[in-house]
Design a protein around this ligand. Structure first.
Ligand code: KIV
Ligand code: NA
Length: 266
């Protein structure tokens, strides 16, 4: 099929077709999700938690994320690949945002970038889109601001929905091609989705967003322990992998692997 472009996402919104987005951080997942028809893959700064083993997204760097972005872009035929700008790599100024985005586009071969923040980041978004870089916004609960927001909390409840709408409209006005809404009441997300011409991508934002995104290790059950309310587990990869490793270990210990068919003979 044809490469997904940002205008296809807007066309789907106009046709009322919901679309899925997943994170991807490596070759196999990128190729599998691309072949499964996921139109947009995000190399999230959630790689901090889901690849590098940090406890928050704050420590991950551009130099750590770039090779993951390159691996994903190398491995897809059709999907639009969005590179997440990590904490500290764009907040200083629109110029810093553009310098970082240029690295993700040139070295990572990303097709677009994503950054967190509302109205205050409209100038950053505008600098990028003016330079030809498609930008996905991200509002509501923004994990890079965890300490300022007071932890993992729903954003935009009640009256605060108006401020969230103003943020979303400012991003659209600045040229963003889509906006992620994370941990937002379904009612506010529905209203914002209706008010915007660009697609909204929900994560914990109810069923009325134009698109839905999940972290793939949450979606496929590779992450163990407590997952957020907004996660639906579509597989038990943790169980499958743990079972495979345990079976392999037992075979080796019992001398049952390798068998004759796994060995070379004269
Ligand atoms: O980094 C990430 O995975 C994200 C998505 C959850 C939207 O920003
Ligand atoms: Na992110």
């Amino acid at each position: 099929g044809k490469k997904i472009r940002v205008h296809h996402l807007r066309d789907m919104k106009e046709r009322g077709e919901a679309w899925p987005m997943l994170t991807a951080y490596d070759m196999y997942t990128a190729a599998l999700f691309d072949e499964a028809g996921i139109p947009v893959l995000l190399v999230g700064d959630s790689a901090a938690n889901n690849v590098f083993g940090y406890d928050t997204s704050l420590p991950v760097t551009v130099d750590e994320l770039l090779p993951l972005v390159r691996a994903v872009t190398r491995s897809v035929k059709r999907a639009l690949v969005v590179a997440d700008l990590p904490f500290g790599s764009y907040q200083l100024s629109p110029q810093q945002a553009l310098e970082t985005a240029v690295r993700f586009m040139k070295e990572g071969r990303a097709h677009a970038v994503k950054l967190e923040g509302g109205r205050k980041f409209a100038p950053h978004v505008e600098a990028l889109t003016s330079a030809g870089v498609p930008v996905m916004g991200h509002i509501g609960f923004t994990p890079q601001s965890e300490h300022n927001l007071g932890g993992y909390r729903v954003q935009g409840r009640g009256e605060a929905a108006d401020a969230l709408l103003a943020d979303a409209l400012a991003l659209e006005e600045a040229g963003a091609f889509a906006v992620v809404m994370e941990m937002v009441p379904a009612e506010a997300a529905k209203r914002i989705t209706h008010e915007l011409k660009i697609p909204t991508v929900g994560i914990g934002a109810g069923p009325d967003c134009d698109a839905q995104v999940l972290v793939w290790q949450d979606m496929a059950g590779l992450r163990r322990g407590k997952t957020p309310r907004f996660v639906k587990k579509y597989a038990d990869l943790a169980g499958v992998l743990a079972g495979a490793a345990t079976a392999f270990a037992e075979d080796v210990r019992r001398g049952e692997f390798p068998a004759s068919e796994h060995s070379f003979h004269d």
